[in-house]
Design a protein around this ligand. Structure first.
Ligand code: ZN
Length: 133
């Protein structure tokens, strides 16, 4: 793994959270994007080498809506950048981690992504991401 690419935070209202994080970080989000397949709308803030991703559910059955229902707002996932997502998925599967998707899928911010089930990572949802070149 190369670095922590971003930290995902689940929020009830993206516009309100954007305003909070803009005041907190002293910067506006550089991108807002919907990922229809995941049922989320996201906003990204850049802070030096890493980013903060705010996630708002776009329908009540989306994974982020279920997370908000169970746990409320807060840290949702840590995303690690990898050089080759296929190789990394194979390595982690062999190490016994539970992958939530069997093949890389298209995520926000021009990335191929794969999630690891939190039950195999001490309760933290992990995202692997690789820039689409
Ligand atoms: Zn993410």
């Amino acid at each position: 793994m190369l670095k922590v690419e971003h930290i995902g935070i689940a929020v009830h209202n993206l516009a309100e959270a954007n305003a909070v994080f803009a005041r907190l970080l002293g910067a506006e989000p550089y991108k807002t994007e919907s990922v229809v397949s995941e049922g989320v709308r996201t906003a990204f803030f850049r802070i030096g080498e890493t980013k903060i991703e705010l996630l708002e559910a776009t329908h009540p059955d989306s994974p982020v809506a279920r997370f908000l229902g169970r746990k409320g707002e807060g840290m949702h996932h840590i995303a690690y950048e990898v050089a080759d997502i296929g190789t990394e998925m194979q390595r982690l599967r062999a190490e016994g981690f539970v992958l939530l998707n069997e093949t890389p899928k298209r995520g926000a911010d021009n990335k191929l992504v794969c999630f690891l089930h939190p039950k195999s990572t001490n309760g933290v949802l992990i995202e692997l991401c690789q820039e689409i070149r």
